[in-house]
Design a protein around this ligand. Structure first.
Ligand SMILES: Cc1cc2nc3c(=O)[nH]c(=O)nc-3n(C[C@H](O)[C@H](O)[C@H](O)COP(=O)(O)O)c2cc1C
Length: 157
């Protein structure tokens, strides 16, 4: 039977972001929604990433990640940034390496580049806390959130 806390979690809303990573010549990207600002001074953002994700060890090793706020017309990115082939994920996308080398996508509402300053695993996801080393915003539109997503990310595995 469904636990009460599971239904309650289902009512939480989040942004839906594209998280990018790089190690040596390998780039990768994944969709992440368990993401939040955790400090203003210094500017810090936390992303919770399951250890099964290919991106997980890439972030742990490179100590950096990129985060992109996308808009409601970019839902196709949910299917794109899934699965094992980093080459396919970035096919025909305009991006350039940021200060830390992580891919910064051109087509997004806003982006951050983060240097990981802390990492811990209180549960089944690793919390990567990153300090903003660069950021930009390109456009004004309505950000994609879990309200636009059928189903939800429950974080099981
Ligand atoms: C809407 C949505 C939100 C997601 N949020 C997270 C998240 O916060 N943390 C996480 O570890 N995986 C999350 N995922 C799952 C990953 O995006 C997915 O497992 C992806 O294929 C991982 O890619 P990788 O293995 O190449 O890193 C989410 C997926 C979707 C569709």
């Amino acid at each position: 039977m469904k636990q009460q806390w599971q239904s309650a979690f289902g009512q939480m809303t989040y942004g839906i972001y594209v998280l990018t990573t790089v190690v040596d010549d390998t780039i990768n990207g994944m969709i992440a929604s368990w993401v939040t600002q955790v400090s203003y001074d210094p500017p810090l953002i936390m992303a919770a990433v399951h250890p099964n994700r290919y991106s997980h060890d890439m972030i742990a090793n490179s100590r950096a990640f990129g985060l992109h706020i996308i808009d409601q017309s970019q839902r196709e990115l949910l299917a794109r940034f899934k699965g094992p082939d980093p080459g396919e994920k970035f096919a025909n996308m305009d991006w350039k390496p940021g200060k830390t080398g992580v891919p910064v996508l051109k087509d997004c509402l806003a982006w951050f580049e983060l240097q990981v300053i802390q990492q811990n695993q209180p549960g089944n996801h690793t919390l990567f806390i990153g300090e903003v080393v660069s950021a930009g915003s390109h456009a004004e539109a309505t950000p994609l959130t879990t309200l636009d997503y059928d189903g939800m990310y429950v974080g099981k595995n």
